[in-house]
Write a protein that binds this ligand. Structure first.
Ligand code: B1M
Length: 211
């Protein structure tokens, strides 16, 4: 299926058109993963490139983000595996100072679909809030997302805060987000880096199994 019309609708921030095309594609039996990767995520990459080139501005970026979120809501039921027993618990959030949540929400959606219990702390999550959630929720994994190079250091602050609270050994830490790398994960003492939502699920399963 040609997904260029869907991508274009997301780039234009045309919510109604994008929803209609997503629904049509789902009804026609298109693989939700292909819709996601080749229709929606590729569109957001173009939006990011256009923003970086000064071809569009924050309000348009916001509109495209809203469009993507509405399309994701249509895809969400198709990623739910309906697992009964929890595979483990993950406390997840976008780090302090960072408001990007589409990738984090996608990671949450995929993990839930794979049977994990997800405690989503939202965006702009301070290290202390991660520490509080870990002491209250006793998760297997702490997941942090950052989309800005300026907010990545908050991941290191959170690892440090967990150590200072005596909770570092009680959890596995996974990080991700566009500017994040495996090397950065190693540098700050996180256990795993995942480049996308699919690998986040695979790595979460391995982390729980190895704990
Ligand atoms: Co912003 N933004 N943004 N933005 N934005 C980027 C990130 C940017 C790369 C655009 C650009 O310049 N090319 C740039 C960052 C540059 C940098 O630091 N390296 C940028 C900037 C500069 C900014 C502002 C500073 C702009 C301004 O105000 N001047 C501002 C900052 C606000 C803040 O956070 N304090 C800002 C604001 C915004 C909006 C609010 C308008 C909006 C976000 C809306 C929302 O999220 N609700 C927005 C958007 C939409 C983007 C782009 C266009 C798209 C992000 C996105 O949703 N991608 C983005 C450009 C880009 O990334 N191509 C950009 C789709 C999403 C599915 O991918 O989030 O990467 P992603 O998630 C992936 C993986 O990274 C991974 O899995 C996901 C799915 O496969 N992953 C994990 C993510 N988290 C993970 C966690 C894991 C594992 C994997 O484990 C726990």
């Amino acid at each position: 299926m040609d997904l260029s019309a869907l991508s274009e609708a997301v780039i234009q921030g045309n919510i109604e058109k994008a929803k209609e095309l997503t629904q049509q594609a789902v009804d026609a039996g298109e693989d939700p993963q292909i819709l996601l990767d080749q229709g929606l995520i590729m569109a957001m990459d173009t939006v990011g490139e256009n923003f970086a080139k000064g071809l569009l501005f924050v309000p348009q970026m916001l509109r495209s983000a809203k469009t993507m979120q509405e399309c994701l809501a249509i895809l969400q039921p198709h990623f739910q595996a309906g697992s009964v027993t929890s595979k483990g618990k993950i406390v997840l959030g976008t780090v302090k100072g960072d408001l990007h949540d589409i990738g984090k929400n996608l990671v949450a959606m995929m993990l839930e679909g794979a049977g994990f219990t997800v405690v989503d702390l939202g965006v702009d999550v301070a290290p202390e809030a991660f520490v509080k959630a870990v002491s209250e929720e006793h998760p297997n994994i702490v997941g942090m997302s950052a989309l800005l190079s300026t907010t990545m250091p908050s991941m290191a602050d959170t690892v440090r805060a967990l150590s200072e609270a005596g909770l570092r050994e009680a959890v596995q830490i996974m990080i991700g987000g566009a500017p994040v790398t495996a090397q950065y994960a190693e540098e700050i003492g996180a256990d795993r880096y995942a480049p996308d939502a699919g690998s986040a699920v695979i790595k979460a399963k391995k982390l729980v199994a190895s704990a």
